[in-house]
Design a protein around this ligand. Structure first.
Ligand SMILES: [Zn+2]
Length: 183
């Protein structure tokens, strides 16, 4: 009969929500009764396991959310890199060919500059390709820092160009509007 009462008290005892008197009674009994002691050990193990699982679950949820956000961020970033790769290819081919043609037919610093611009885009395109090779082989972790930095630089350049182009376009727009038609 006593053992039954002790077993009923064990959960409270383990959770430490019983009075000091109860605690003493339980402890005294556990010292002398091996059966209740076994029951106690088992219960304690189960409870700590449940707590650990709860904690794991929370941790997993948090991790999952973080991973998800990282994933979305990476996906968006990679789309930009993909766009930039294609842009670098088109720019390098176009600028290089245009500069070459101009240099042969007319000559001059302007065409040389265009040609060099095309070569530069070609180099950026080559680095973009390295990026994709590294990504396809080992995923995100496979991308070396220098390659990532150059890809970011290349992307940044395009943003600067776009901003400059928009600014110039707006400036020309205003000029045309206020000068009455001719640039
Ligand atoms: Zn007992």
């Amino acid at each position: 009969m006593k053992c039954k009462i002790i077993c009923d008290l064990l959960p409270m005892y383990i959770d430490e929500v019983c009075s000091d008197e109860t605690k003493e009674v339980v402890e005294e009994h556990l010292k002398t009764c091996s059966e209740c002691r076994r029951e106690y050990e088992q219960m304690k193990a189960e409870i700590s396991l449940n707590e650990a699982e709860d904690l794991d679950e929370k941790e997993l949820m948090k991790k999952g959310k973080e991973t998800m956000m990282e994933y979305v961020k990476d996906k968006v970033y990679r789309k930009w890199i993909l766009g930039d790769t294609i842009l670098n290819l088109l720019l390098s081919v176009y600028l290089f060919a245009y500069g070459m043609k101009g240099m042969i037919e007319e000559g001059g610093v302007t065409f040389e500059g265009i040609n060099i611009g095309g070569t530069y885009c070609g180099i950026l395109f080559a680095v973009n390709l390295i990026y994709w090779v590294q990504y396809l082989r080992k995923g995100d972790l496979g991308i070396s820092n220098s390659v990532d930095a150059i890809c970011k630089w290349s992307l940044g350049l395009k943003f600067v160009f776009v901003i400059c182009a928009v600014t110039v376009a707006v400036a020309i727009g205003f000029y045309v509007m206020f000068s009455g038609g001719s640039v």
